[in-house]
Design a protein around this ligand. Structure first.
Ligand code: GLP
Length: 240
């Protein structure tokens, strides 16, 4: 498997082979990687060389090293393209994954000043407060807290928010979603996120705030989402 006469360094060849095994599913997330000694003996190369290949893959986040336990195949993150305004449901379906939601809270409350201001509605005007765990293939991906103006987005029910909010807005209410501004921050998961996202304490999360408008410019939702940093990465196309 290793070509010692190749101009490609041996550690690089091994790196490539391990990466391929991860990508074609021969090695699965969470599996332990064979030991340095096993690779060295099997391929008849030095342990130093194996170590170099493994270190590179750890740096590239294909592998993770856990002190005292060994080296494991990392979870493959979902890459979300940020070049468009999409819903969680659409993102998952586009990937061939099944989205689901666990509804933690759904009620109508009077808008407090900060929410009213951002939604551009009167203080105490009714807003839906929706708290959902968003799952893909049954795995929690994000915890989402949404405020929607109830006078604008009428008739929301548990069933609707347990499926797709955007679908209801567009298909049932016939409104057009226009644009959003979104901010990302890296942070540590709080207690609620640790519990609902089923992640260890001190885990990093990608915290996102979105303000979304209809195509006529009216703000209709405020969203705070915390995405699991071990499951998600974001992609943007940049043009100069
Ligand atoms: C994403 C966005 C949210 C939006 C949601 C709608 O998660 N970050 O701002 O509210 O999609 O998703 P759905 O239509 O699946 O309910």
């Amino acid at each position: 498997m290793i070509d010692k006469h190749s101009p490609i360094p041996i550690y690089h060849q091994l790196e490539e082979q391990i990466r391929q095994k991860i990508e074609n599913g021969e090695y699965n997330p969470g599996d332990a990687l064979p030991s340095e000694r096993e690779y060295a003996e099997q391929l008849n190369i030095s342990r130093m060389t194996v170590r170099q290949a493994i270190s590179n893959l750890v740096n590239e986040r294909y592998l993770i090293r856990i002190k005292g336990k060994g080296t494991f195949i990392a979870e493959q993150k979902l890459e979300q393209n940020l070049n468009g305004l999409t819903s969680f449901t659409e993102d998952m379906i586009a990937r061939g994954m099944t989205p689901s939601n666990k509804l933690l809270n759904f009620e109508i409350i009077p808008a407090k000043p900060s929410i009213a201001q951002q939604l551009n509605i009167k203080e105490h005007a009714p807003v839906y407060e929706i708290k959902r765990i968003r799952l893909a293939q049954g795995i929690p991906m994000a915890l989402e807290r949404t405020y929607v103006s109830a006078n604008l987005i009428k008739g929301l029910t548990d069933d609707i928010v347990e499926s797709s909010l955007y679908k209801y807005i567009e298909e049932n209410l016939g409104l057009k979603i226009g644009r959003a501004s979104q901010i990302f921050e890296a942070t540590h998961a709080n207690e609620e996120e640790i519990k609902y996202l089923e992640i260890p304490e001190q885990s990093p999360v990608l915290f996102m705030r979105r303000v979304t408008k209809l195509d006529n410019g009216t703000v209709f939702e405020l969203v705070k989402s915390s995405y699991r940093a071990d499951r998600y990465k974001f992609m943007l196309d940049l043009e100069r």
